[in-house]
Design a protein around this ligand. Structure first.
Ligand code: HEC
Length: 442
């Protein structure tokens, strides 16, 4: 370990190179240039900040890292292609190999399908090469550098500019090189030699390390000893999570007396998201709250079919439809209504509401007999409907017409109803309803 292990006579510490300090950045660059011009090659410069031109002055070789990264990328590409070919593309009769997956009669191995994985492995391999290559080329990790032993060198992070000539250089000679450095303006020249003394790790650190390593081995050894060979049940830290009872909601179980695994929802439970509709029946359903109980979500017309039992089912009572708008009627709402109507209704009902929409026109021209012509919105029956009823038609649909509650929100549905009312008025207003100044002059 110490001297007696190598040699009984203390060996001369090996000289590593000489370190020269220069007064400022310009001097350092100039000195570096002169030194390399003189023929030295193993030269390095140190300064507190990056120096322009120092690389070229030091004749620092270009890094080969880009080439390493390129090779990493090519390797990644090949690995990915071979892997995918091996896993999906071929089936060796004897060697263990992957599966051939025929997908929709596509080729078993096709380049386009394999590009994503290839691309990713190219990136992965090249970035790992860049990362570890940088460390390797810089000789990292390095716990200590002999230069740190120079008192002066500690200024290098503040205001020190240093030039280093390595003892490995062909031209190196301790006295000649030092003289040369002095001659080109170095303020100090210092030979740096290998660290020989104090190399042992302190005994207490070794002891702590050894004990720590031994202790760290206990848990994995314990696990390894118990795994596979032990007949006792495995260690359970949280019993409830390993052994708790499990019930599926829709299956029978003996958990509750009635044989269900889950309790029934209390009466009056409201499905998530439909609470509002419970609260404001006028606004959300177009029905007066005191009216006949509404058949939520189901058009009144359909309900009779669902009433169980005795035929002839009585026609369900009409809900008490809201007669006036539960929203403020404004010019803005009307505009919105026109826009929404043109988007959602005009396709079938036509822009004027007579049922001349493009879809209807086309369907009728095909004459397949399957299309129901929408009712004209100017039909006497529709004109007499309360607004709540029209609102319900939009919300839940009616007979052949689908509901629009999912596409059109409540506010917009009222806007559409308002516009439908305006359309109707536009075709059936009496002369008295038209302001004097707007009446046609005869
Ligand atoms: C896919 C085509 C289509 C679209 C879109 C459509 N409707 Fe209808 N609508 C119909 C058909 C078809 C009928 C007739 C239903 C029947 O009698 O079976 C109808 C009937 C109606 C009625 C009369 C209901 C009754 O009480 O008899 C109204 C009012 C109405 N639609 C309004 C609208 C409004 C407002 C929109 C826009 C949100 C709209 N419709 C969108 C096809 C459509």
């Amino acid at each position: 370990m110490s001297d007696d292990a190598n040699n009984t006579t203390p060996t001369e510490p090996q000289l590593l190179g000489v370190l020269a300090q220069f007064p400022d950045a310009h001097d350092l660059v100039a000195a570096a240039r002169k030194t390399t011009d003189e023929g030295y090659r193993k030269v390095d410069g140190f300064s507190p900040f990056p120096l322009h031109g120092i690389d070229e002055a030091l004749r620092a070789p270009k890094t080969i890292l880009p080439w390493l990264v390129f090779c990493g990328g090519v390797t990644g590409c090949l690995v990915a292609l071979c892997l995918q070919y091996y896993v999906n593309g071929v089936e060796f009769p004897f060697i263990y190999s992957g599966y051939q997956f025929p997908i929709s009669a596509k080729p078993i191995f096709s380049l386009p399908a394999n590009i994503p994985v290839t691309f990713e492995l190219i990136i992965l391999f090249s970035s790992l090469t860049a990362f570890f290559g940088m460390f390797a080329l810089n000789g990292l990790p390095k716990l200590h550098n002999p230069l740190f032993r120079s008192e002066r060198f500690s200024r290098v992070t503040n205001d020190g500019f240093f030039l280093w000539i390595d003892a490995g250089d062909d031209k190196f000679d301790e006295t000649a090189t030092s003289d040369w450095l002095n001659s080109i303006g170095a303020t100090s020249v210092e030979p740096i030699s290998e660290v020989v003394e104090g190399r042992q790790v302190p005994a207490f650190l070794l002891a702590v390390g050894a004990v720590g390593a031994a202790v760290a081995l206990v848990p994995p050894l314990w696990v390894a000893a118990a795994a596979g060979t032990s007949t006792s049940p495995r260690l359970s830290l949280w019993w409830d999570m390993d052994y708790q009872a499990k019930f599926k909601p829709q299956t029978t179980s003996d958990l509750f007396a009635d044989g269900r695994a889950m309790r029934k929802a209390p009466a009056g439970t409201v499905a998530w998201g439909s609470l509002q509709e419970q609260q404001d029946q006028r606004y959300f359903e177009g029905i007066e709250p005191d009216g006949v109980a509404a058949h939520r979500g189901v058009p009144a017309q359909f309900v009779s079919a669902q009433v169980e039992g005795d035929a002839p089912a009585e026609a369900p009572p009409e809900p008490n439809w809201t007669k006036d708008f539960p929203v403020e009627v404004t010019e803005e709402l009307m505009e919105r209504g026109r826009e929404r109507f043109d988007i959602y209704c005009a396709t079938c009902h036509g822009k004027a509401g007579y049922g001349e929409g493009l879809v209807t026109t086309r369907a009728l021209s095909l004459n397949q007999g399957t299309w129901t012509r929408p009712l004209s919105l100017h039909d006497q029956a529709v004109r007499e409907q309360p607004v709540g009823r029209i609102y319900n038609t939009i919300t839940n649909g009616i007979r052949k017409m689908p509901g629009y509650r999912l596409q059109v929100d409540a506010e917009d549905r009222w806007a559409i109803v308002l516009y439908v009312r305006a359309l109707q008025k536009s075709q059936h207003a009496s002369l008295d309803e038209i302001p004097e100044e707007l009446r046609p002059k005869r």
